[in-house]
Design a protein around this ligand. Structure first.
Ligand code: ATP
Ligand code: MG
Length: 564
């Protein structure tokens, strides 16, 4: 069951399901599966597959299994199994059946024996290298292995002994006897089983032969009576083989349908490459908020709703393309705008002293928690004589079009008062370290009883009441739209963005954030959306910037070339 249905733009997979239902196929049953290999953590590309597998089944009252495709014992670990389950749940989905390809090892072995008996599989003594040489190319047919015509009895005997552990790794394989001249290389006597004396995360040392992906996947689908087996386009050329095994074995006819893999600009979606980033210490682990893993984006503050909405909007197609990272961020902003409470935080503090404000007075100002959500209510924010504002919100010599605080200029302090800058204090380097203002007591709450206009409203925190915070600002992990585009001799790490993480250690946040729990999300007014990091402690708050608000001023300034 999904937490909420996918939006329903038409897509070709949905069309196929609708047709099948109309034709009464499978008695109107829709069964899908999500089949991750537990060799790494899930990323946003998997989220797309999950939303399709679970979302479509759900739409038609069907069921979805979570199946771990665990046929590579050397790369797979229980740790990944647990993380994948947690990630699927986090996205808002609950599987019906929980299975492992390894549940079917006995059945697969029996089916292999059946194919040998039917003369459709043989034990080959060629090495992996020799098999490759015999395979031919896209333009040349392959050559039959000299072992291809072994008698059924000999094949049965050798296969049994492969299983019994008599032979060394890689010394023999079981191959399907199909067609070495097929234009589809996958049909040129594909390997079904390999010898591998390796401990499996679930079956331990029971097996020393393991089925290949192609001899496990379709049959697993079939055992689970999967009606629509949805996968990415790289498996298209495997479909004839998927069907061949099902036909030869006469088992439930699952149908494989391929869709486009998600590619995102400035992002890599490959478990292998993400693993490299972790192992080389380029990021701080799998859940580094710069990682496109579900653990990473969760820590960053992305919501499952935003990810599902994004996946619904990108839909599916039959050709691979690339989606703008900005589109994903758009959905994150859109969702957080609805739900994130607003607070005031100052990332780069500049002290402001209001000369005519009573020395020891503190007023509790009313602040709206979320203008998008009336039920979110309001809170009190302390206002006092000494405040912090953003350094960016003051210019001693304002450029054209700059309307924030500057000498002689009046601005509104949000939920506070209107203040006018009367002077500055500079350090020995001539830098402004303190700004002096006067306030108009008649403008409490930011109102102007005489109707006078101020062009700018800025945020602030009371210096004496503010809490110290560390804020981690993230930028794209890669500098290139396609991080795989590199010069000769380089790898994708050459495109890592050296400025992808900036740590601001002396930010100031309003006191209502005291004790904010890890994972809580906020909008820091005028700055963006932020999420409390799990490293956060009551005496040292740590926030991750999830995504910035659109900063219109930065754009104007850049255009004008006035930014120093
Ligand atoms: P990776 O290359 O990152 O290791 P994978 O395809 O090997 O990915 P699996 O665990 O085998 O990962 O994938 C489980 C399911 O998720 C498959 O059906 C696969 O097609 C799908 N999937 C993986 N990556 C993407 C992606 N970028 N976009 C859409 N679906 C994906
Ligand atoms: Mg894979």
């Amino acid at each position: 069951m999904a937490a909420s249905p996918l939006p329903a733009p038409s897509n070709f997979i949905r069309d196929i399901i609708v047709e099948d239902l109309k034709a009464g196929k499978h008695n109107g049953r829709v069964q899908t599966r999500f089949p991750p290999e537990p060799n790494g953590h899930l990323h946003i590309g998997h989220a797309k597959a999950i939303c399709i597998d679970f979302g479509l089944a759900d739409e038609f009252g069907g069921h979805t299994n979570l199946r771990f495709d665990d046929t590579n014992p050397e790369k797979e670990e229980t740790e990944y199994v647990e993380s994948i389950k947690a990630d699927v749940n986090w996205l808002g989905f609950q599987w019906d059946g929980l299975f492992y390809a390894s549940d079917y090892f006995d059945q697969l072995y029996e089916w292999a024996v059946k194919l040998i008996k039917d003369g459709k599989a043989y034990v080959d003594d060629l090495t992996a290298g020799e098999i490759r040489q015999h395979r031919g190319t896209l333009t040349e047919p392959g050559k039959n292995s000299p072992y291809r015509s072994r008698a059924v009895e000999e094949n049965l005997n050798l296969f049994e002994r492969m299983r019994a552990g008599e032979f060394a790794d890689g010394s023999r394989t079981l191959r399907a006897k199909i067609d070495m001249g097929s234009p589809n290389l996958n049909m040129r006597d594909p390997v079904m089983y390999r010898i591998l004396h390796a401990e499996h995360h679930r079956t331990g040392n029971k097996w020393c032969i393991y089925p290949m992906y192609d001899f496990a996947h379709g049959q697993s689908d079939s055992i689970e009576r999967v009606t629509h087996s949805l996968c990415t386009l790289e498996f298209q050329d495997h479909r004839p083989l998927y069907n061949w095994f099902i036909e030869q074995l006469g088992i439930f006819p699952s149908r494989q349908i391929e869709f486009d893999r998600l590619n995102l600009t400035y992002t890599l979606l490959s478990k292998r490459k993400l693993l490299q980033l972790v192992q080389e210490g380029r990021v701080n682990g799998w859940d580094d908020p710069r990682m496109p893993t579900l653990g990473g984006i969760r820590r960053r503050g992305y919501t499952p709703e935003a990810v599902r909405n994004f996946c619904g909007a990108i839909g599916v197609s039959k050709t691979n393309g690339s989606i703008e990272l900005a589109m994903l961020e758009h959905f994150v902003r859109e969702d957080l705008n609805k739900r994130a409470p607003r607070v005031m935080a100052v990332l780069r503090p500049l002290k402001v002293v209001i000369n005519n404000y009573p020395e020891n007075q503190v007023e509790e100002m009313d602040a709206v928690n979320n203008p998008e959500e009336a039920s979110a209510g309001s809170r009190k924010v302390p206002f006092a004589r000494a405040l912090y504002i953003e350094q960016d919100d003051f210019r001693e010599e304002p450029p054209k079009g700059y309307f924030r605080l500057s000498p002689g200029r009046e601005v509104r302090l949000r939920y506070g008062y209107l203040v006018t800058c009367t002077g500055v204090v500079k350090n020995e380097n001539g830098e402004v370290v303190e700004v002096h203002c006067t306030y108009d007591p008649a403008t409490r709450g930011g109102n102007t009883p005489d109707g006078r206009k101020v062009k700018s409203t800025i945020h602030w925190v009371s210096a004496a009441n503010a809490l110290d915070a560390e804020v981690r600002i993230y930028e794209n992990l890669f500098t290139k739209e396609n991080p795989n585009e590199v010069e000769d001799g380089q790898d994708f790490t050459a495109n890592l963005n050296p400025k992808s993480l900036e740590v601001i250690s002396n930010a100031k946040v309003e006191p209502s954030l005291a004790g904010a729990a890890a994972g809580s999300r906020y909008q820091f007014e005028r700055l963006g959306y932020f999420c409390v990091d799990p490293d956060s402690k009551p005496d040292k708050l740590i926030f991750n910037r999830t995504v910035a608000l659109k900063d219109t001023w930065a754009k104007v300034e850049k255009k004008q070339g006035t930014k120093s």
